[in-house]
Write a protein that binds this ligand. Structure first.
Ligand code: GZL
Length: 331
């Protein structure tokens, strides 16, 4: 009995061929990994303004990979908050399973986060904090204790300048209103209040970028060259400040003169610390990917993750850092 091609085609598609023509995994073989329903994560990232930020993005991309069972939708806000609001709304429309947010500033996202909550999408905050009107607008936060970072820098200043009655400080701040800037600046302000001889003569924001850090340092130097300490709220602004100091032939670091304190302890920042150009560098760990994944796994299993989780951090002194310290670093 001759079976027509059409009938044969119908028989095959009924039993073996999926509509796309791929052979369906039969019941006996393990489910094909790519067929396992991947968890869709929408990640709104601050930008790409610094080495720290790029290391943070790398950590998230490496963790939320296809091979690990995820689909990552990453949106770079280019340090503009309205882009973060738009990204959160895009994720809601896309019905992602989780929203991860690295907020630019502490205020201004409540409305979008409330929409995410009403859509039933859990929000995890990483890195900087938000001052949400309603604590339930996010399920968990993981990041650094920025005030503690500032206190570590102040403790080093108190030890290093114990015999210096008067101390002139220039303060290069990060993005105003970000938790990193608020905490690190508060640490310095409290330190100056405890040490009457400390004077914060110059202060302005370099937006955590190298270009702006150089520009602000140039302005500082045009106003006052008698600076003992530059308290710089991240490595990239410190790199810009060093360019300005070199252009102005102002000595700094091991060669005497101005001492630079920095934050982040990125690889490039630690190389400058090893060289003695940065005198003290306070770590701010960017490897949040695995920590966020642990929170998602807990939620997937019906668990209740800690609302607030601080990362462990250390600091590096130019007087004691070694090449081995840098080689041992994961970023
Ligand atoms: C700190 C992070 C800051 C870094 C900067 O957790 O928010 O933003 O210190 C980065 O390098 O731009």
């Amino acid at each position: 009995m001759k079976i027509s091609n059409t009938l044969l085609g119908l028989l095959l598609s009924a039993f073996f061929l999926t509509p796309q023509g791929a052979v369906a995994a039969d019941k006996k073989t393990k489910e094909a990994p790519s067929a396992r329903k991947s968890i869709v994560v929408g990640f709104s990232q601050v930008g790409a303004e610094s080495d720290w930020r790029r290391a943070n993005t790398r950590s998230m991309r490496e963790t939320f990979s296809k091979d690990n069972g995820y689909t990552l939708i990453l949106r770079d806000a280019q340090q503009k908050q309205d882009k973060q609001t738009a990204a959160i709304r895009e994720f809601i429309r896309a019905k992602v399973n989780y929203i991860v947010l690295a907020p630019i500033a502490e205020q201004g996202l409540d409305e979008a986060l409330r929409e995410a909550k009403n859509a039933g999408i859990p929000v995890i905050i990483v890195d900087r904090m938000i001052q949400a009107a309603d604590e339930d607008l996010f399920v968990a936060w993981v990041g650094a204790d920025f005030r503690k970072e500032g206190d570590a820098a102040v403790a080093w200043m108190e030890k290093t300048f114990a015999d210096k009655k008067d101390l002139t400080i220039a303060h290069l701040q990060g993005t105003m209103g970000s938790s990193a800037q608020l905490g690190r600046s508060e640490g310095l302000r409290e330190g100056a209040a405890k040490n009457p001889g400390w004077k914060i003569l110059l202060s302005d924001s370099g937006e955590f970028t190298q270009v702006k850090g150089k520009e602000i340092m140039q302005r500082f130097l045009s106003e006052n060259r008698n600076i003992d300490v530059l308290y710089c709220e991240n490595d990239n602004m410190a790199f810009g400040a060093m360019e300005a100091l070199e252009d102005a032939r102002v000595p700094y670091g091991r060669s005497g003169g101005l001492k630079i304190i920095s934050f982040d302890a990125t690889r490039a920042g630690l190389e400058q610390t090893l060289a003695g150009n940065i005198s003290y560098n306070v770590e701010c760990n960017p490897l949040h990917g695995p920590r966020v994944e642990k929170i998602i796994r807990e939620l997937q299993n019906g668990g209740k993750p800690h609302k607030i989780a601080y990362v462990d951090e250390t600091a590096f002194d130019a007087a004691t850092i070694s090449k081995a310290d840098i080689d041992a670093r994961a970023y």
